[in-house]
Write a protein that binds this ligand. Structure first.
Ligand code: ZN
Length: 239
């Protein structure tokens, strides 16, 4: 089975925090989604090793996505050629139309590495002649694949964006996003009412307010966006 979209992030919970509502919306409309976490997020603050991985699998299931973990080490994720090649190989095997990745502007070094890594992997995935590239042989046995769209959800460790390419109304799937995030008692103090989770929700509400809806998640794009027909836009708050 291949996937319609991939969400590539550093840690288990990043995909949920950044775009859990959008992910649920996409899978509910029939899209096949794969979350790729570059590491297992260990050590987790409030649980034994292995717990965060199990919680991540349950969260993905709630959002209707599959999930895989790569074997990088939490805190040590950087943009390297071997990881670019590994991600490019995954993209060529799964052939997603859309890829989502964290931007490079985040204060967390693991998060900041994702943008350049995925930029490069998406580009590598479309290239031919890997058999002629010393060190690039692992891409030689897969066909080139052109990703149609590369989008960047807002990483909540960055300041709130005043400028972004588009927003998704996630009001209808926000309860699911909250349930998915609540799985992560290994990193959030869910039972006591984690303040960080409340702040994440406040940000999504703030973004929703810009459009007159309850909750929104926002995205950037390197490429300009074009629609076949401008009637696809939701009504604006002020027209
Ligand atoms: Zn993270």
């Amino acid at each position: 089975m291949t996937y319609d979209l991939m969400v590539i992030t550093a840690h288990p919970d990043d995909a949920e925090v950044q775009m859990g509502g959008t992910l649920a919306k996409l899978t509910q409309s029939g899209k096949r989604a794969l979350i790729v976490d570059l590491c297992d997020g260990e050590p987790a603050e409030f649980a034994a090793p292995g717990t965060r991985r199990q919680q991540a699998m349950r969260a993905a299931q709630l959002l209707g996505a599959d999930r895989v973990f790569l074997d990088l080490q939490d805190r040590f994720i950087i943009d390297t050629i071997p990881t670019r090649l590994k991600l490019a190989q995954l993209i060529r095997r799964q052939r997603p139309d859309m890829v989502f990745a964290t931007t490079d502007a985040c204060i967390h070094p693991d998060h900041a590495a994702i943008g350049p890594l995925v930029d490069a992997a998406v580009f590598y995935a479309r290239l031919k002649q890997w058999e002629q590239v010393p060190g690039g042989q692992q891409l030689a046995d897969t066909q080139p694949w052109v990703v149609k769209r590369l989008f960047f959800p807002h990483c909540k460790m960055e300041p709130v964006w005043g400028d972004f390419a588009f927003a998704v109304d996630v009001s209808a799937t926000y309860a699911l996003k909250k349930r998915a995030l609540a799985e992560y008692s290994s990193i959030f103090q869910v039972a006591q009412g984690d303040q960080l989770l409340e702040l994440y929700e406040a940000e999504d509400m703030h973004m929703g307010r810009l459009f007159g809806v309850a909750y929104a998640e926002v995205f950037k794009s390197h490429s300009p966006l074009m629609v076949a027909d401008p009637t696809v836009f939701q009504p604006g708050l002020h027209g």
